[in-house]
Design a binder for this molecule. Structure first.
Ligand SMILES: Nc1nc2c(ncn2[C@@H]2O[C@H](COP(=O)(O)OP(=O)(O)OP(=O)(O)O)[C@@H](O)[C@H]2O)c(=O)[nH]1
Ligand SMILES: [Mg+2]
Length: 304
């Protein structure tokens, strides 16, 4: 008997901090996209692969959608909508406790404008662990009056609630066809980029206020050693001297802490020993350099 397989792309869109990357990681069952409590953590489209029965679901994590100011912001928001346009199913994530914010209203207006009749858009109300049922039901009703969603899910990406139902539903909605990735593949981001993202996550968690938005991380060199370990050299680009000082910290303590946390996670991810070397470089104009965008997986032109 011939088996029917299904495969396709599911884009996760929403405001910054909605929980898109947390949901992607939970769907995939591994951390392939970085997560922080701060907004605008994800900068590019990141794919993670999950299986459900005979379906292969390729989740596309996207940068949060917000009102862009800088070139980088614009490139991120363009990447987010690009991720939605290419998908078979779009899942809009909103935060249960925040409700219909101005940001959500803007996304709904944009969805109306660009909507592709063949594309299904589902709503996922995330962070249900933070509100009571009445509030949740009222929000679901409100959202469904504002836009036509083919289905509404109430989930907690962090706690895993409602996530299986969402995955099962998505699996049925994807088109019939052969799987797009080998069965054991969970991400399609190059290892050097995953490594740079892990370091950027640790920087974001360890630095205050605006600084995380003013830096980028690139893996410059990756060397496999005979003993099975890897030597990874990364550069943190900042735009000001003062920022470099803050990242290094007193007697280099801050960068040491960041470097240790990143090395440990990378080593766990790879299942082997990693020697990580971080260098901080001041590059006043990095936010306007095409090469930096290429390294992040973003299109420089989109930032125009
Ligand atoms: N309470 C609660 N917190 C959650 C849940 N899902 C995600 N979070 C938290 O929300 C914050 C943002 O999560 P992310 O997954 O980074 O959000 P994002 O939508 O990818 O954000 P950007 O990349 O900035 O667009 C993190 O602190 C998560 O731990 C949830 O179900 N409940
Ligand atoms: Mg994210």
């Amino acid at each position: 008997m011939a088996e029917t397989t299904r495969a396709g792309f599911v884009a996760l869109i929403g405001e910054p901090n909605a929980g898109k990357s947390t949901l992607l990681n939970r769907m995939v069952g591994a951390k392939v996209s970085i997560v922080t409590h701060k907004v605008q953590t994800t900068r590019a489209r990141i794919r993670g692969v999950a299986l459900e029965g005979d379906s292969q679901l390729v989740f596309v994590d996207t940068p949060g959608i917000f009102k862009p100011k800088r070139r980088l912001d614009r490139a991120m928001v363009t990447a987010a909508w690009g991720g939605a346009a290419d998908a078979d199913v779009v899942v809009l994530l909103i935060e249960a406790h925040k409700g219909v914010t101005e940001g959500v209203e803007n996304i709904l207006a944009a969805l109306d404008e660009y909507s592709n009749p063949k594309q299904k858009v589902a709503l996922a109300i995330n962070k249900i662990d933070m509100v009571d049922v009445e509030k949740l039901l009222a929000l679901a009703k409100d959202m469904n009056e504002r836009h036509h969603f083919v289905e509404t899910f109430m989930i907690s990406a962090e706690k895993g609630r409602g996530v299986d139902d969402l995955r099962k539903w998505l699996a049925k909605e994807l088109p019939e066809g052969p799987w797009l990735y080998p069965e054991d593949q969970i991400a399609d981001l190059p290892m050097r980029m995953i490594a740079a993202e892990i370091t950027r996550e640790k920087l974001t968690l360890n630095l205050h206020q605006e600084l995380p938005y003013q830096l980028t991380v690139e893996t410059e060199n990756w060397e496999e050693r005979k003993d099975g370990s890897a030597r990874v050299d990364q550069v943190v680009y900042v735009s000001r001297d003062g920022h470099k000082g803050i990242i290094l910290g007193k007697r280099g303590e801050t960068i040491k802490r960041i470097s240790r946390a990143s090395r440990e996670e990378l080593s766990e991810f790879l299942g082997r020993k990693v020697h990580l070397f971080l260098q901080v470089k001041v590059r006043p104009n990095w936010l306007e350099e095409a090469e930096r965008y290429g390294e992040m997986g973003l299109d420089f032109k989109d930032g125009n």
